[in-house]
Design a protein around this ligand. Sequence first.
Ligand code: MRU
Length: 337
Amino acid sequence: MKPVPTMVWREDHLRLLDQRLLPSEEIYLDCRTTAQLAVAIKTLAVRGAPAIGLAAAYGAVIAAMETPESISFFDDCGGLLDVLAFTRPTAVNLFHCLDIQREILLSSSSKTIAVGRLLSSAHRLFEEDLDASRAMGRFGADLLPEGCTVLTHCNAGGLATAGLGTALSVIYEAHSRGILSSVYADETRPLLQGARLTSWELQKAGIPVRVLPDSAAASLLRTGIVDAVITGADRVAVNGDSANKIGTYPLALAAFEAGVPFYIVAPVSTFDPLSQDGNNIVIEERGREELAVMGDTQILPDGVMVYNPAFDVTPVKFITSIICEKGVISAPNEIEW
Ligand code: MRU
C-alpha cells in the first residue's frame, strides 16, 4: 500500500494535501509560518489525531525558523508552539508531539542547532507513525474473519496519519490478505469525513466502499451483515474510554446491541496517561456555521442555536478490543487498570 500524500516537508515549509477541498479538488497547501499552519489545523485542512500531531511537529521546525535569533529566542519560539497547541483540544497526539519538540527546543544551544534537531525529530515521528500503522494493520486484520464486511466512521485513514491510517490500515491489510468482502463508511455529519475522505482514499486504493447516512448505521448493524465496526480514536484514557469523532458512541451502542465487535485502532501516541477516564477528556465544540450552511445553502433559520461537539467518548464497556502497534488489548473493560 502506497502512503497517502497527507503531508510532506519541502526544504523550508510543510506541504499539506488540503482536505477541505477533497474529493473535488486535490490541491496542496504550503505552510511557511506557524500562523498559517495553526489555521490549517483549526479549519481541518489537515486533520485526524496522528496527522495533526505530526503537522505540529513540523510546525515546531517552522516556528524555530521564523523566530529571530535573539536573547529571547527560546521563549519566543516556545510561544509559537503554544499557538499550535491552542488549535484543537481533543486529540492528544497534538500535545504528545509538541511536548517532544518543546523538550528538544529547550535542550538546544542555538537556533541553528534547534532547527536541525527539530526537523530530525519530526521526520522520526513521521516514520514511527508509518511503522505503527503497518503493525496495527497486521494485528487488526488477524481479528477479522474470511470474507468480512466492516463498518467504519469518520476518516481514520492515510489522510489522518502519516499516510497509512489506523482503522483503515486494518482494512488495507485485510484487503491485501484477500479476506475483505466489503466496507461501509458512515458519511460522518457535519463535515462528512467519511463521505468525502474515507470513500476517496478507499476508492484510490481499489477497495469498493458504500457510504451510508450516520443514522442508517444502527439498522445496518441489526441486519447481521457487518462482522466488525472499526474506528480510530483521538484520545484513549487510562481506563480504555476512548474519544473519537462525534457519532462513534452511538455506533458502539448499536454494535453492542447487535452483538457486533467494536474495535478501536490507535497508536500509543493517542493514549493519554493524564486522562484517568473519559470524563477528563476535553471535547472540542465547533462553530454554528458547520450546521447552518450546506454548500452555499443556508439550512438553519437565522438565530437558531446549535450544539456541535466534534467528538464523543465511548465508554470502555462497549469496546471489544483496542488495537495499537504493540498488540491487541482484548476485553479492555475487564482489565484492572
Ligand atoms: O475532526 P477530525 O476530522 O480531526 O476527527 C478525526 C477523527 O475523529 C478520527 O477518527 C481520529 O482522529 C482518528 S484518526 C487516525
